[in-house]
Design a protein around this ligand. Structure first.
Ligand code: SAM
Length: 196
């Protein structure tokens, strides 16, 4: 029983690409009401349901309240783009590192397609800062975006710090929506900037 149908998109993507493994640490951005976190808890075994497999960690973040879930630690009323949230994440994650960052974040839709697209791309770009703070080398980032004129800009930014970036349109995502996902894998931490 999932809290939201969005769970089926993550299940579909994870069945195909095996992003979530038992024992992994996961940060779920824009987690309310918690369906993606439910999937993550199962896949990384963070509730310890499978005694034989390693136990992972799931931390969910949202501006809204996220109802409690066994196996997950939730930061309700937190902004993913706020550096104070990044600092808190580092304290909560084992060794301060995540194997996977998930983001199903979305702004409240204005109904103006270009404006919504641009706002969501800006939010996705902030995930690259989050990755710099908490993502393990060779880690993965899965993020939702709405397709539009700035898509290539986000893709280029992701390609500058990830070894592999693919575009995904899950069957569970409505055909007529602009919704897409980037799965960026093989993170390499950027060199400290040389700027003066
Ligand atoms: N993946 C969730 C699930 O399966 O239950 C559904 C997520 S919903 C589509 C998008 C969420 O992103 C909303 O709950 C919204 O509050 C959250 N959000 C938007 N901007 C955010 C921000 N800056 N920081 C944290 N959460 C944000």
């Amino acid at each position: 029983n999932f809290r939201c149908r969005s769970a089926f998109k993550l299940l579909e993507i994870d069945d195909k690409f095996r992003v979530l493994q038992p024992g992994y640490s996961v940060v779920d951005c824009g987690a309310a009401p918690g369906a993606w976190s439910q999937v993550a808890v199962q896949r990384v075994n963070s509730a310890g349901t499978d005694q034989e497999s390693p136990h992972g960690t799931v931390i969910g973040i949202d501006l809204l309240h996220i109802p409690p879930l066994d196996g997950a630690h939730f930061l309700s009323s937190h902004d993913v783009t706020d550096p104070a949230t990044h600092a808190k994440l580092r304290e909560l994650l084992p060794r301060g590192r995540a194997h996977v960052i998930l983001s199903d974040m979305a702004p409240n839709a204005s109904g103006f397609r270009d404006m919504d697209h641009e706002r969501l791309i800006t939010m996705c770009l902030s995930l690259i800062d989050l990755a710099d703070k908490v993502l393990q080398p060779r880690g993965s980032l899965l993020c939702k975006y709405w397709d539009g004129g700035l898509t290539h800009h986000l893709q280029e930014k992701l390609e500058s710090v990830f070894g592999s970036v693919r575009t995904i349109k899950p069957d569970a995502s409505r055909k007529d929506s602009a919704e897409r996902f980037f799965l960026a894998q093989l993170y390499r931490k950027p060199e400290p900037s040389q700027s003066l």
